[in-house]
Design a protein around this ligand. Structure first.
Ligand code: NDP
Length: 331
């Protein structure tokens, strides 16, 4: 039998955490033959709720779940973890200045980075979900210098999956037959959902999404804004933000990273930019990636037309501004 993998979830008593931990304990993230030990961290005001989540995990009697650590102590939470899913963060509250929210999250991610740096297992893989996800991941990278930068990522897979969902609904095709959409840039409303290279498997072979949809006005307009604004639409309908889809996408992100992407398929991940596609190096930016042997690589050589170029630049500019704001909070 395989040794258990230790998976940390921060903000584990929150909405996404509540949807995510049972998926991990059932093997959705790491596979049906991979035992796990869950480490759940939350802040003291959420400690009681967290103990309730632990009780439910015990009650669910998950065969793969070999242990649960539920704590408000960041050092205890980070000890020996192989995978860290960072869901906890300070929420945007009405009337708060952007700088104040950033400042709270910078201090959270700085201290959690130090704990991971000192106590996580070697080669720990990190996924940041909490917003501003890209910039929180960047701060985490800065303050965990011994964790390789390749191991620090943020979630844009939910946006990626939303784009697949929109194409599948529009064309009335199975979502599993649609592939290779791209989310470029920030996990924010400046993200660019791009279908230029996306394809659909049909009985007549593989076709491009552009030829099948045959409506560039929709693809360059409503499709993009629907994906960008989907989070707000869910809050409006459900009165709570998206949690099950965020949790499910976090599992997809880690699974593909660890197990690998299928031949000919890429996914979107927020990763440390090396300057590919003229995106400024040193930002955490969402790119199309393939994964193999536990490592991602940015898909190279895709053509970028003027429409796309403009959108790639815009979301990069926003990330550069966020980075400057985050650094000003450190000063
Ligand atoms: P959620 O579980 O709904 O969301 C957690 C984080 O994920 C938020 O930052 C949220 O951003 C972000 N997020 C990213 N993508 C999505 C998406 N698609 N849909 C929804 N959220 C998304 O929040 P809760 O308030 O229920 O839970 C947060 C937990 O974090 C609580 O248990 C709380 O105690 C803990 N916490 C920890 C702190 C710390 O570690 N110091 C500080 C504050 C809270 P957005 O805000 O933009 O919705």
């Amino acid at each position: 039998a395989k040794d258990p993998v230790r998976v940390l979830v921060t903000g584990a008593a929150g909405q996404i955490g509540y949807a995510l931990v049972p998926m991990i304990a059932r093997g959705v993230m790491l596979g049906a033959d991979q035992p796990v030990i869950l480490h759940m961290l939350d802040i003291p005001p959420a400690a009681e709720a967290l103990s309730g989540v632990k009780m439910e995990l015990v009650d669910a009697a998950f065969p793969l779940l070999k242990g649960v650590v539920a704590t408000t102590d960041v050092v205890e939470a980070c000890k020996g973890v192989n995978i860290a899913v960072m869901v906890g963060g300070f929420p945007r509250k009405e009337g708060m200045e952007r700088k104040d929210v950033m400042s709270k999250n910078v201090s959270i991610y700085k201290s959690q980075a130090s704990a991971l740096e000192a106590h996580a297992a070697a080669n720990c893989k990190v996924l940041v979900v909490a917003n501003p996800a890209n910039t929180n991941a960047l701060i985490l990278k800065e303050f965990a210098p011994s964790i390789p930068e390749k191991n620090i990522t943020c979630l844009t897979r939910l946006d990626h999956n939303r784009a697949l969902g929109q194409v599948s609904e529009r064309l009335s095709v199975q979502i599993s037959d649609v592939k290779n959409v791209i989310i470029w840039g920030n996990h924010s409303s400046t993200q660019y959902p791009d279908v230029t290279h996306a394809t659909v498997k049909t009985s007549a072979g593989e076709k491009t999404v552009r030829e099948l949809v045959a409506d560039d006005a929709w693809l360059n307009g409503e499709f993009i804004s629907t994906v960008q604004q989907r989070g707000a639409a869910i809050i409006k309908a459900r009165k709570f933000s998206s949690a099950l889809s965020a949790a499910s996408s976090a599992c997809d992100h880690i699974r593909d990273w660890v197990v690998g992407t299928p031949e000919g398929t890429w996914v979107s991940m927020g990763v440390y930019s090396d300057g590919s596609y003229d995106v400024p190096a040193g930002l955490i930016y969402s790119f199309p990636v393939t994964c193999k042997n536990g490592e991602w690589s940015i898909v190279q050589g895709l053509s970028i037309d003027d429409f796309s170029r403009n959108k790639l630049n815009k979301t990069a500019e926003e990330l550069s501004e966020e980075k400057a704001l985050a650094y000003s909070c450190l000063a």
